[in-house]
Every structure is written in C-alpha cells, then in structure tokens.
Design a protein around this ligand. Structure first.
Ligand SMILES: NC(=O)c1ccc[n+]([C@@H]2O[C@H](COP(=O)([O-])OP(=O)(O)OC[C@H]3O[C@@H](n4cnc5c(N)ncnc54)[C@H](O)[C@@H]3O)[C@@H](O)[C@H]2O)c1
Ligand SMILES: O=P(O)(O)OC[C@H](O)CO
Length: 367
C-alpha cells in the first residue's frame, strides 16, 4: 500500500539526492508546494496567473497608486502625479540580503519605484572593529550574511529602523520569526499609513493563547495589509542566480500582488501570485517542519522510503490535529489511501471535496 504513495516515495522528489540530502529535499519541494498539477496545498488555491517579469531596460507603469486607505503617516505623496513607491527591506540576514539584491535589480528597471532600496540592518560590530552597516555601504556586500555577492549600489544599509521605514510604502519583512513581535511593537505608529507589507518569514509566533501567523502579527500590530512570499528557496543559491520559484500570497488586491511579483521576479527567480495569504504562508512554514522530519530520517540513515512515510505522516498529523484535513483534500485523500483507510478509487473523488476556507478563520486572528 505504501508504494502507492506517489507524492513522497517514488517520484522524482527523491531521485536527485546529492551530497546534501537536506538541501535536495528542500529544493525538491516546489514539486510539492508550487506546482499546480501536483500540490496538495494549492489544490485549494485559484489558478496561477502570470505577471510579466521586468526585462532589462524595460520600465514599469509610470505611476504607482498608494495602497492602503488607512490614515496616518503617509509620507505626503498620496495622489501626486509621478508618485514613486519606496521599498524598505526590514532584515539583512542571508535571505534578507538576497531579497534586497533581487528588489534592487528591479527598482532600477521599474519607473514606478525609487531606485534606492533601504535595508534595515540589526547593527553588529565585526571582528575588524567596523560596523556591519558601514561595511555594507562601503563594499556593497553583506560580508557577514552573504559574503561574495554584490547587492547592487542602490541598496543602502541603515541601522536605524525608524529611519529605514519612515518613507517606505512597500515594506519587506525578512528576519527570524522570533524577533518579529518585538520589531512590530517598535514600529507601531512609525510606518506610513498607506504602507503595504510582505512577509518572507517562515514560522509562527506561538503564544500561550495559541499560534499567530506572522502576516497576521504584522497586519494587526501595524494596521497595514500584509502579503507573503514563500517558496522552497535557499538564499545562497538564488544569490548566485540558480533557478528557483516562489509564490506570493495576497489577500484581495491583485494590483498589489502584481507589484510584489514585479519587484521580486528575475529570469532566475520565478514568482507567481495566489490569492491566499494563509495557505501560502502555512505551506512555507509547514514545509520546514517536513524538512526537519526528513533531516531526522537522514540522520538515522533510514532511507528515502522511510522519509516518505514519516514526512507524510507528520504533515497529516499536524493538519488532522488542527482540523484542517478538508482544506487539503488531495493530500488527505492520498495519505488515507496509503494507510489503507480509503480505497484507491477514492483518488478520483477527491476533487469533489471542496476546501472549507472558513475553517481557517479562527487561526488567522492573534489572541
Ligand atoms: N536563508 C534562507 O535560505 C531562507 C529562505 C527562505 C526563507 N527564509 C526565512 O527568512 C527569514 C530570515 O532568515 P535569514 O536566513 O535571512 O536570517 P539569518 O539567520 O541569515 O540572519 C539572522 C538575522 O537576524 C538578525 N538579528 C539577530 N539578532 C536580532 C535581533 N535581536 N533582532 C532583530 N534581528 C536580529 C541578524 O543581524 C541577521 O540579520 C527566516 O524567517 C527564514 O525562515 C530564509
Ligand atoms: O531554515 P530557515 O528558516 O532559514 O529557512 C530556510 C528556507 O525555508 C528554505 O526554503
């Protein structure tokens, strides 16, 4: 029965293991999470729509419209002809630096954005005695978290978080999740009222009252809309322009999603929008849980078949515990066939099970 489990045990997912099985597993996961013909997660999501990728020398739309309708600090640019969006990346670790590089390569090409990309740096003193921020601005390289890669001269490192965010209407959050609660609290009333956020952060804020998704934390604490960008993305590989893909999860504003897609897309980084923030964020977060299970199996030298069983069971248990199985009908059906709970013929009926998105409502509120 287990050999019937195509998602994990017999597909190309495990046929390309190299010297780093963890990385291979991670990099194989787009098959699971980002492929419209295969993903149990995206079986609940609307069909992908492609957004044009900016090409060399190409310009974007002439003007960008401010996004949120909240009142508050808006930088004084609302409604002006020739308005240009300003992007700030909050975070400058491995992925934060790569995100800044991707965005900076695009703001140079898109007329609707200021060239400059500000990057907030959690200041550190290097062994040389120099401040990390100073070194980044002098060498155009994050020598600690992304050595050897030029970020783009239009990336400006800034150790003052309030200064870094104050003029930006597009905020990219990319720091380890455990720091986000504190960061958000420090940013209350400091960001523009019309700012749009996107979270690249994998993980959840787990409080005594229950888990809180990071996009929800940002939205609720800062009073701004927050999209997400998730994928099976190893920052160092994207930094050297190896092909990868990611998904932007957006709530209801397609125009915003298109702007994020334009900001991140390059010929080697393919980004597709899906109207589902929680689904995309959960995929990115749960993927790391699965990756841990895969790593444990590797460490115990138990083989790929065992890995297929354990990772699938891990995901099934998490979804089942949360009462979310109906949100992932393809995954649930295939798993239940594999463990003998359903007959193989059930696979042809899975698509009739409609995901019940309302199940997620409670879990997307922070307590
Ligand atoms: N690295 C990747 O390949 C990758 C890929 C996809 C998603 N992500 C996600 O991106 C997020 C950031 O990961 P990363 O790899 O850029 O981080 P990292 O581990 O490379 O860097 C850690 C960053 O946290 C900063 N930091 C340290 N203490 C801090 C504090 N008290 N407050 C605020 N910041 C502090 C450090 O200065 C550094 O910039 C994570 O949620 C991760 O899951 C990472
Ligand atoms: O291990 P993390 O949390 O830095 O994240 C790595 C990425 O999720 C790889 O896709």
């Amino acid at each position: 029965m287990r050999s019937l489990f195509p998602l994990y045990s017999s597909s190309s997912l495990f046929s390309n293991f190299s010297s780093s099985p963890y990385n291979s597993f991670i990099s194989s996961l787009p098959l699971l999470f980002s492929s419209s013909h295969f993903s149990p997660f995206l079986s609940m999501a609307p069909a992908f729509e492609q957004v044009p990728v900016p090409q060399e020398g190409e310009t974007g739309t002439e003007t960008a419209t401010p996004h949120n309708t909240n009142t508050g600090n808006n930088g004084g640019n609302d409604g002006q002809v020739g308005y240009k969006s300003r992007v700030t990346v909050v975070g400058s670790g491995n992925w934060g630096s790569v995100a800044a590089k991707l965005i900076a390569s695009n703001t140079l090409k898109l007329n609707s954005f200021h060239d400059e990309v500000r990057m907030w740096v959690f200041e550190e003193t290097l062994l040389s005695g120099e401040k990390l921020t100073d070194v980044i601005n002098r060498t155009n390289e994050n020598v600690k978290y992304l050595p050897g890669i030029k970020l783009g001269k239009n990336v400006i490192a800034d150790p003052d978080i309030h200064n870094a965010v104050k003029d930006a209407n597009m905020l990219v959050f990319v720091i380890p999740h455990q720091f986000m609660d504190g960061i958000c609290k420090s940013l209350i009333d400091k960001v523009r009222g019309d700012a749009e956020a996107i979270s690249l952060i994998k993980g959840m804020e787990v409080k005594m009252e229950g888990p809180c998704m990071i996009s929800t934390l940002i939205s609720e604490q800062l009073g701004i809309n927050c999209s997400v960008l998730m994928g099976a993305n190893i920052a160092n590989e994207i930094a050297v322009e190896k092909f990868s893909e990611a998904t932007v999860g957006y709530r209801d504003n397609r125009e915003i999603a298109e702007q994020w897609v334009q900001l991140f897309s390059t010929p080697y980084f393919m980004v597709t929008p899906v109207q589902d923030v929680e689904g995309v964020e959960l995929c990115g977060t749960l993927k790391n849980v699965v990756a841990l299970a895969a790593g444990f199996v590797d460490g115990l030298d138990m083989g790929n078949n065992t890995k297929g069983v354990s990772t699938a069971r891990e995901v099934y248990e998490v979804l089942s515990h949360r009462g979310w199985l109906e949100l992932f009908p393809l995954f649930a059906t295939v798993h239940e066939i594999c463990i003998g709970r359903l007959p193989p013929s059930a696979i042809v009926e899975y698509s009739e099970k409609k995901p019940r998105l309302s199940l997620l409502e409670d879990s997307t509120r922070c307590h």
